[in-house]
Structure formats: structure tokens, C-alpha cells
Design a protein around this ligand. Structure first.
Ligand SMILES: [Zn+2]
Length: 128
């Protein structure tokens, strides 16, 4: 079980900020899937690209490599599959579980990966 350290904040109503992650663009070539707009999505969610790739590769059980702004995955995958994994990543590593805001940073504390929220101040451990 993961230990969750919530820092409770008074209930302040924050203005809802739009967080529209660009739609995943994928094309299949032979036995490879090309994730065309990987860089654009990485920029948008501002997380470490290797962290995202390791997560997606592991979740999909697929080997991958970078090629410019794109990612090549070995195997045939639809955009909905990649979107799902990405959503899961965002839920785990981007969105604050306390206030649902994406204004967060991934930090390491005593070798534990934590998601620190800039909006409400909450810090929660996340899966490695
Ligand atoms: Zn928060």
C-alpha cells in the first residue's frame, strides 16, 4: 500500500483552469506504431519524457525508441490504447489527487517519488 500524506488545506474555491491534453496522433506502419505528437504532449503536460516513455512502454509491454519528436513503438496499437495509458499516466503523475489541478511537480523525497501540487500544496507519493 502506498502511504498518502495529505496536507489538508482550507476549502478554497479555485478557478477551473483548462487542461486539454492534445489528442494522441498515431499511425501504424507495418508492425510499428508511430506516436506522432509525443513531443507536443510532453510539452503540454511538462513531465520528463523518459519517465512517460518508460511508463507507457511498460504498460503496453512494448519496446520503443525516440525518433525526433515522435516515438516508435514495436507492435500495432490504436490511438485509443495509447490515449488510455497516457490518461492513466496523467492521473497518476500530473493531476493532484486532492484538488484535481494539473499544476504539479514530480519530486523525489528520500528516494520516494512524490507529486507536489503548486495549487493546493498537497504532496502525495506516487507509484515509482
Ligand atoms: Zn492540489
Amino acid at each position: 500500500m502506498l502511504k498518502r500524506a495529505y496536507k489538508k488545506m482550507p476549502p478554497i474555491v479555485f478557478e477551473k483552469k483548462r487542461f486539454d491534453v492534445p489528442k494522441v496522433s498515431v499511425s501504424v506502419e507495418g508492425n510499428k506504431t508511430i506516436f506522432n505528437n509525443f513531443s507536443e504532449i510532453v510539452d503540454y503536460i511538462s513531465r520528463d519524457e523518459n519517465h512517460i516513455l518508460k511508463y507507457i512502454g511498460r504498460e503496453m509491454g512494448a519496446a520503443w525508441r525516440r525518433e525526433g519528436s515522435r516515438v516508435i513503438l514495436v507492435g500495432k496499437f490504436g490511438s485509443h490504447v495509447i490515449s488510455q495509458k497516457l490518461e492513466k499516466y496523467i492521473k497518476n503523475y500530473v493531476i493532484c489527487s486532492v484538488c484535481d489541478k494539473p499544476d504539479t511537480k514530480l519530486i523525489k523525497q528520500d528516494r520516494i517519488l512524490m507529486l507536489k501540487c503548486m495549487a493546493c500544496g498537497a504532496t502525495n507519493s506516487v507509484p515509482q
